[in-house]
Write a protein that binds this ligand. Sequence first.
Ligand SMILES: O=C(O)CCC(=O)Nc1cc2ccccc2cn1
Ligand SMILES: [Mn+2]
Length: 243
Amino acid sequence: RDEEGIIEEPCAEQEVVDEMCRIVIRDMDQFGVCVVDNFLGYKKGMAVLEEVTDMYTKGVFKDGQLVSNKAKNDLKTIRGDQITWVDGKDESCENIGMLISQVDAIILRANKMVKNGKIGNYTINGRTKAMVACYPGDGTHYVKHVDNPNRDGRCITAIYYLNKDWNIKANGGLLRIFPEGWQDKVADIEPFFDRILFFWSDRRNPHEVQPAFKTRYAITLWYFDASERQEACRRHQAECKLV
Ligand SMILES: O=C(O)CCC(=O)Nc1cc2ccccc2cn1
Ligand SMILES: [Mn+2]
């Protein structure tokens, strides 16, 4: 009861958040990977997409990661995704800011909801800025990798996709995860509009992006585990002292 004695009915919003948290907790515990569709809804999803395409046309994206084409043994490096970092506070990306707070709400609430108070035995206390990525669609891909191979503190990767009418056969750009312990099975995630993907950032989830033949946008957030992050910073300071 609040001060006027009126019982606060949890609003539909809160019930939606709670239901989504239960799905994230269940799937992360069971598979280490979780996909939720219609995360923001069409209108909000489109508002985020418009901000990202505006940024792209304004040319704020830096050149992509240099990816050597080892597979074909030629040294030609090809550009992977083009990225830019956004904290969602400036007015030109308030909708990206809204997306970030929605993801925060799910992650932080899920962290509270699980039995021993920790999702996946983590205590999540922070995250990176949002990394907005674009694959220009000229066949660029991203080689198989692990986001956090050496305990840098990042425990959950959250990727929000913005690609309307995406046809995997024609457009490629499939995200393939090779979850540890799944034997030879893989998780194939199509980068569909208004879809969000969560997965453990460490060696449990090596993943790759297959060549994309249409402009492919995604926004990634990495969430920190308090103790692993603290440990990584302590190690980093020690290394800095050694230099
Ligand atoms: O877009 C997707 O479906 C995932 C792409 C992806 O894995 N991106 C990515 C991008 C990265 C950029 C810098 C450092 C580490 C990184 C790790 N992963
Ligand atoms: Mn990655």
